[in-house]
Design a protein around this ligand. Structure first.
Ligand SMILES: Nc1ncnc2c1ncn2[C@@H]1O[C@H](COP(=O)(O)OP(=O)(O)O)[C@@H](O)[C@H]1O
Ligand SMILES: [Mg+2]
Length: 295
């Protein structure tokens, strides 16, 4: 591994995040070239956690924009604090009864309503103001085309114009991580702006290491047994929703809470609620446990 890439991987590891060489390399390039990093992968493969780890290791604030169906630019940029503006207006009214009033007074009062004090910065604006920051645009596939176009513009200019106040530009552009669970395909234009990486579920050894790092209270033996079953479930149980690393961690912690030292079929069956969240999946797993634990 390139020493600088290895160094980056080591710093992420110090925060508890374990990445392979490919991911460390694309992240290194994204930082070096100031290009947004687009991460796609199944839920629970550590996309969001990577952005958190980057922020922690760079000691920069993490600003998160959670996308959802129907999100629009306002929710990403800024709002005016309407209740406070009204209060301010009331105060002005009370004062002006005693003083001047008139057209000039009205104009001035109006202007004073659009002061920075009354501006509520939403994630994208906040990331420009608090530079250098890490901006996580999470689950961008849940937003619509229009919002994607808006993001593209922001990611090209790293500036935002507020008509009443002027233009806000980041002193240093934020480090941007976009994630997608790939419920739909993103547009080529957005992809072109980014460096891309598909995160797969970790292999056996890495996943054991992740459990050891995130849940050190779980014994090495139990961690290995849990991961071994989870990996088999992913590859050959044909589940509606195969467990992600989050579920592996939940299951390992649940078993630890029960004082399990050695995983047996009966205990595994009793604790499936931490691992699979569909009734059909639970049935399928129950039927396969005997075989999987016998290995
Ligand atoms: N490579 C990794 N190193 C450390 N923890 C990981 C790793 N991958 C996943 N995790 C853990 O698994 C859980 C799910 O990860 P998350 O980032 O929420 O997944 P995603 O955003 O891809 O759905 C989190 O608790 C995260 O800390
Ligand atoms: Mg996520």
């Amino acid at each position: 591994m390139d020493t600088r890439v290895a160094d980056l991987a080591r710093r992420l590891e110090e925060t508890g995040y374990l990445c392979d060489e490919e991911l460390a390399t694309v992240l290194f390039l994204s930082l070096e070239m100031s290009r947004p990093l687009l991460l796609e992968g199944e839920p629970g493969t550590g996309k969001t956690a990577l952005a958190e780890a980057i922020a922690e290791s760079l000691d920069r604030p993490l600003i998160r924009l959670q996308c959802y169906e129907g999100i629009d630019a306002t929710q990403a940029l800024y709002d005016w604090d309407f209740p406070r503006q009204i209060l301010h207006l009331r105060a002005l009214e009370a004062l002006s009864d005693a003083t001047k009033g008139g057209v000039e007074g009205v104009e001035e009062a109006e202007k004073s309503l659009y002061d920075e004090r009354f501006l509520l910065a939403r994630p994208v604006l906040a990331a420009l103001q608090q530079s250098p920051a890490v901006l996580l645009i999470d689950e961008v596939d849940r937003a619509d085309d229009e919002f994607e176009a808006f993001l593209l513009e922001v990611l090209s200019t790293f500036q935002v114009t507020i008509p009443e106040l002027g233009t806000v530009q980041a002193a240093t552009p934020p480090t941007v991580v976009l994630t997608s669970n790939r419920t739909r395909e993103l547009h080529d234009a957005l992809k072109r702006r980014c460096l891309y990486h598909w995160i797969d579920h970790p292999g056996l050894e890495r996943e054991v290491a992740i459990v050891r790092s995130r849940a050190p209270e779980v014994s090495a033996t139990l961690a290995r047994q849990v991961v071994d079953v989870v990996q088999q479930l992913r590859s050959d149980a044909d589940l509606l929703k195969p467990p992600g690393v989050a579920e592996t961690l939940d299951w390992a912690r649940a078993l630890h809470h029960l004082g399990t030292a050695d995983l047996d079929v009966e205990t595994a069956a009793r604790t499936l609620g931490a691992l699979v969240k569909y009734r059909d999946d639970a049935e399928r797993v129950r039927a396969a446990l005997d075989r999987m634990l016998a290995r």
